[in-house]
Design a binder for this molecule. Structure first.
Ligand SMILES: Nc1nc2c(ncn2[C@@H]2O[C@H](COP(=O)(O)OP(=O)(O)OP(=O)(O)O)[C@@H](O)[C@H]2O)c(=O)[nH]1
Ligand SMILES: [Mg+2]
Length: 467
């Protein structure tokens, strides 16, 4: 007797069974291969949520000998509930039937059946035999149409056959299935057998709770990251005769390296939340995430338009005026405030509206100190957020069953890529206020705004993952 619902994923060799299991249990270590016969043993993969196994899916080898198996089953005379046990006894040592024994063993032990078919090819006699075998097991069963190519010419023929043998049929793309699609599949499983309905309702609820927790964690991680990075700076003391430009450059490089590191740690944490172990960041060739955080390309593509920025700056109480065009701001992007010392002209590499109060920040430095950072434009917060949102979007859309050549494209095409550019003015003002409070070191105000920002981000992550 199995304590939780279990489903054996069964089918012809190479139809995508292991891919379906990998996606459903979010396990990118399951072996998937273009060569038929990759899976030779049945392996049960549990879904563990809150420390408890709520459901498991069994990956099985493909049918090897369906015609002979069906022939035996048709001749079988004993009680039908003993049929599978009798089959395993009879063929347990038969080398020609090892796959059939492997794939029927979990079914004999009480698993339901998910039959996977690549319906982009015509139906054959062996397919009918496989479906009939599964019908004769008498277990709750569902068919999944996993169309590996876009070909749908044979779909109707398949569906007609499915109706005779299964309680439920669903289309499911193992490579592109989102969380919402996985939930729809669970919903369908719920209705194939009354005895499992309650247990599967609890499974569904556990999946949703777990997903909510992941998004809440990611929103919190992003806020911690922003909070840390917005306030980051590098400080040193200047001694007599030192080349101030060289010192400034060194501090800038050090600061950039720290920020890059913080961002890659954020990405790693996001990736881990969605259980991507084997596949590292497979980002599309042209993704802006492949560009360095401080490159011009990044700043050109992400963030807000000038008009949006001007509104935001005004709303957040910054001096009104044209936003600096980061792409033309000199040899470096000139993003960082340079404070303290007898800095003179260095203090304002970037002219225009700055939301950072340099006098306030520079106060503590005295004439011998030099500080680089924080970043002096509010655009920074949108660039950081947009990169986080893009990374999150990829992490939730990378299937755990990706063929090697599968790449998910960035969500938006053309124009401004940043998702924040579509945010409401209130949301952008919240970001700008947070930026100002944080860079000016106003702890209490920052903490209050961070709570609101985290809540807003949580809603935004739900919106991004709901389709
Ligand atoms: N394009 C595309 N390829 C898929 C899809 N599903 C599976 N594949 C590919 O089909 C091949 C077989 O996938 P597997 O998941 O290993 O198939 P299987 O049924 O477990 O195969 P065996 O274990 O050999 O019986 C792999 O190259 C997969 O990448 C899909 O939905 N779309
Ligand atoms: Mg397999």
């Amino acid at each position: 007797m199995i304590a939780h619902p279990s489903f054996a994923v069964i089918g012809h060799p190479n139809e995508g069974k292991s891919s379906v299991v990998a996606t459903l249990v979010e396990n990118d270590r399951i072996r998937i291969s273009p060569t038929p016969g990759e899976t030779v043993e049945s392996t049960s993969y549990p879904v563990i949520l809150d420390g408890e196994t709520v459901i498991s899916f069994v990956d099985t080898p493909g049918f090897q000998n369906p015609l002979q198996t069906l022939g035996w089953m048709r001749k079988y005379q004993g009680p039908s509930r003993d049929m599978l046990a009798a089959f395993l006894r009879e063929f347990g040592d038969d080398p020609g039937m090892t796959h059939e024994c492997e794939l029927l063993r979990p079914v004999a032990a009480g698993s339901g059946v998910i039959y996977v078919v690549d319906a982009s090819r015509p139906l054959r006699r062996v397919d009918r035999a496989e479906m009939e075998i599964l019908r004769l097991t008498g277990r709750p069963r569902m068919a999944i149409i996993n169309c590996k190519t876009g070909e749908e010419g044979f779909l109707e023929e398949w569906k007609e056959e499915f109706r005779k043998h299964f309680n439920m049929v669903r289309t499911f793309n193992a490579v592109r299935a989102t969380f919402a699609e996985r939930m729809r599949l669970l919903e369908s499983l719920r209705s194939i057998d009354q005895d499992w309905e309650q247990a599967l309702t609890r499974v569904q609820e556990a999946f949703v709770r777990d997903w909510d927790r992941r998004l809440r964690d990611c929103a919190a991680l992003a806020c911690r990251f922003l909070s840390e990075v917005l306030a980051m700076s590098e400080t040193t003391s200047l001694s007599e005769g030192i080349d101030r430009n060289a010192v400034e450059q060194r501090l800038t490089m050090r600061l950039e390296a720290r920020i890059r590191k913080a961002e890659s740690e954020l990405h790693r944490a996001v990736r881990a939340h969605f259980r991507h172990n084997v596949f590292q960041a497979d980002l599309p060739e042209q993704s802006v995430l492949r560009q360095d955080l401080f490159s011009r390309a990044t700043w050109r593509v992400l963030g807000l338009t000038r008009t949006q920025l001007a509104f935001t700056a005004a709303a957040a109480g910054g001096a009104a005026g044209a936003m600096v065009d980061m792409a033309t701001a000199g040899h470096s992007l000139g993003l960082f405030a340079v404070l303290g010392g007898a800095v003179g002209g260095l203090a304002a590499l970037v002219k225009g509206e700055d939301l950072v109060n340099e006098r306030l920040l520079g106060q503590r430095l005295g004439s011998q100190g030099l500080q680089v950072g924080p970043v002096k434009t509010v655009q920074w917060v949108y660039v950081l957020l947009d990169r986080f949102l893009l990374y999150f979007w990829h992490a939730i859309n990378w299937a755990h069953a990706r063929p090697a050549d599968h790449v998910v494209q960035d969500p938006e095409k053309g124009g401004k890529l940043g998702l924040t550019s579509a945010w409401s003015r209130e949301a952008r003002k919240l970001c700008a206020d947070f930026y100002t409070a944080r860079t000016e070191g106003r702890e209490e105000k920052s903490a209050e705004l961070e709570v609101r920002l985290e809540q807003f981000l949580d809603e935004e992550l739900h919106r991004l993952s709901s389709s």
